[in-house]
Every structure is written in C-alpha cells, then in structure tokens.
Design a protein around this ligand. Structure first.
Ligand SMILES: Cc1ncc(COP(=O)(O)O)c(C=O)c1O
Length: 374
C-alpha cells in the first residue's frame, strides 16, 4: 500500500493485546470502585522508580502541577526569583507564577536549543535566584547538564528539572530524571510515556522532598483530616495509573522505535537547507521529537509542501516565553540574546511517534528532498 499521508503524532498504535489488557483492568477497577488511589498507583510508582532509577516517584495530576509541587517542595516562596529558559513550553513559566514566585527568562544556546553553562552562570550572578528550572526539551538535554547541576549546587540555587519531554533520556549513561535533585514529567497522552488522560510525576532521591511532595499533592494532608501544609488536589487517577503501568511494560520497544525514526531522519536528510538537529554525543535521546532547523525565510514554503503531501508537522515552539502576551506582567528580568526567538522562527518538527513505519519515514524524507529539488 503506498503512503499518501503521515500524521505529526498518532496515539493509536498499540501493541497486540494492550487494548484488551487495559479494558480488562478498567473493568476490574470499576468492579472494585477503585477510582482514586489504591494499589495500582503504588504499582505504577514502583515501576516508574525502577525505570527512571529514582528512589522516589510521586504520581500527580499533570506535568504542570508536578513543577508547581517541586517548586513548593524545595521551598520556593512568594516573590522569590526563579530562572526559566526562554525556549520551553509555557507551563514552565506558568508554574513559577502560580506558586507566587517571579520568573526570569534566560536565553538558550542557538545550537543546542538549551541552556549553556556560561549563560546560566551569568544569570545566577546577575539575578541571584532562589531556584532555577532547567528544561530538557525535544527528548534530549543541554550538553552542559552536569556542569549546570554542579554550579547550581555550589551557588545554592535549587535546581528543578522539567523533564516533561525527556522520559528515558540519558546523560553520560545515567537517567536524567533519576539523577536530578528533583525532576518532573508529564504523561500527557502525546508524551513518550503517555496516559489515557492527564497525569504527571515527580522524581527524587531525597526522603524529605518525597514526603513533602506526597503531602502537597493531597491537600497538605498529614493525616486524613489533619493538614500540615496548603497543598492541592493533584492526585493521579486510577485508570490513568493502570494505563501507564501497562504502557511501561512496552517502553523499551517504544523508545527504540522513536530513536530509530530520529536516526532515519538524520541519515536521510543530509546536505539540505533543512538540517536535522540531534542530541550531543554525551546524551542518549528518547526520540520524543524530530527537530530540524531551516532558514526562517524558507520555512513557509516547506510547510506548504508538507501540507500538500498530507504530512503533519510542528513548530515547537513558535514563540519565546519572554515574548508571550501573558509574560510581561510577571517577568522580573531576562537574559535575551535573541536565540530563543531565532529558534522559534527556524524550527520545524517532522512526524515522530512510536511504531512509525519505514514507509512513512521514507515518504516524509522524499517529500522534503523533492521540495528542495524544485
Ligand atoms: C516542557 C514541558 N513542561 C511542562 C509541560 C506540562 O505538562 P502537562 O501538560 O502534563 O501539564 C509540558 C507538556 O506539554 C512540557 O512539554
């Protein structure tokens, strides 16, 4: 069968038996009316800890809450400064404001699309923040991740790592999520490990942070009707936990499929004005997202060719955080080299999802190559 369309993302490619297992499990939970909490949440958290190699995993309602809870758990309070990258998803910025703190946007490196150590050091020296949120975008991370962690620790800056896009990513052979002081992820359905609804998690190796996060996600409860803190209701649902637990059984195959897709694009799309961008050599990416850069003047025409060929695409993200209409009333500083803005104009993401076929990848690559032959 010849291919004439490829979605940007599809959520419907499940392993044989996955659907049946999930529906059987839902029936079981329904029979027991186990809708919130119960053993399935603990089973998921154990599975997550084993995979991510973090001592503690705390399931919660979504990835945005996870960041807010982590900020509160490390002790970020009202009007304290928190550094955030100028290139990220808006939730990173939003989370800082939602806990009453003040965001400072810090530009990313134009080549790696992430923070580099020099800019991070400059931002810490200039703004003396209480905390910083390092974001690992696109399924990879800053090549300077370990240096940034070390510098933050020495400078007394509490470093939270937003790993909504880096589930399964490794740096220097270690799980990024599992080796942070505290990291967060999103299980939004389109993520590498996606749920059947909204969900998220926080990871840490620190017993006190684990306890505080657990209290914060459940109304600050220290006992059923004793409340030690002002928290949230950010509990993870039972159906989502079941779906995630079953998905985790297939995570190795899903990651392999995504990584192969990224490799296919980088090998096939050489020598074109559209340039695939990949993780640096110290990072093993998870294949969350296929990223390429093209001269902003050439992007609209390439997008038209993809549209004509029924190929889905993304521009992740089309605007820097500091330029969002909602940012100006909350930002208390920025380091702006124009890099996040440039990336937002140059980036183009090609279809990437678990179990994308070789024929689909070929069709996308051929369309991109034909576009530049014209
Ligand atoms: C980098 C980043 N941070 C935070 C989030 C927020 O996660 P959620 O949508 O689960 O709240 C996302 C999800 O899209 C994300 O990509």
């Amino acid at each position: 069968m010849s291919i004439n369309q490829v979605p940007f993302i599809t959520l419907n490619r499940f392993e044989n038996g996955f659907r049946e297992n999930f529906l059987k499990g839902v029936e079981n939970l329904f029979e027991k009316t186990q809708f919130v909490g119960g053993p399935v949440v603990g089973e998921l958290e154990t599975g997550l800890s084993n995979f991510v190699k973090a001592k503690y995993s705390i399931g919660c309602a979504n990835g945005t809450d996870a960041i807010q809870i982590a900020l509160r758990a490390v002790g970020v309070a009202k009007n304290e400064k928190v550094l955030v990258p100028d290139m990220t998803f808006w939730a990173t910025f939003e989370a800082v404001v939602n806990v009453g703190a003040n965001p400072v946007t810090v530009d990313v490196n134009r080549e790696t699309c992430h923070w580099d150590i020099e800019t991070f050091k400059k931002a810490v020296t200039e703004f003396k923040p209480k905390a910083a949120i390092m974001v690992h975008l696109y399924g990879w991370a800053s090549p300077d991740t370990l240096e940034i962690r070390k510098f933050a620790k020495e400078a007394g800056v509490l470093l939270i790592e937003d790993g909504a896009q880096c589930f399964g990513t490794e740096i220097a052979g270690e799980s990024i999520l599992g080796s942070a002081l505290i990291s967060t992820t999103s299980f939004y359905p389109a993520k590498v490990l996606g749920a059947s609804g909204d969900a998220g998690a926080i990871f840490t190796n620190d017993e006190t942070l684990n306890q505080t996060c657990r209290i914060l996600i459940n109304h600050g409860r220290t006992d059923h009707y004793s409340h030690g803190l002002i928290g949230w209701n950010s509990r993870i649902g039972a159906y989502e936990s079941l779906f995630l637990k079953l998905s985790l059984e297939h995570i190795t195959a899903r990651l392999e499929s995504r990584r192969n897709a990224i490799k296919y694009y980088s090998e096939s799309l050489q020598g074109l004005p559209f340039k695939p961008v990949n993780a640096t050599s110290n990072i093993k990416e998870n294949g969350y997202c296929a990223v390429g850069m093209v001269d902003p003047a050439l992007r609209p025409a390439l997008i038209e060719s993809l549209k004509k060929a029924n190929i889905g695409f993304g521009t992740i993200y089309p605007g820097a955080m500091s330029l969002q209409a909602g940012a100006k009333d909350h930002m208390v500083g920025s380091i702006d080299y124009g890099n996040a803005h440039h990336i937002s104009q140059a980036v183009l993401n090609l279809p990437c999802f678990a179990y994308i076929t070789k024929e689909e990848l070929e069709y996308v690559c051929q369309t991109v190559k034909n576009h530049f032959k014209k």
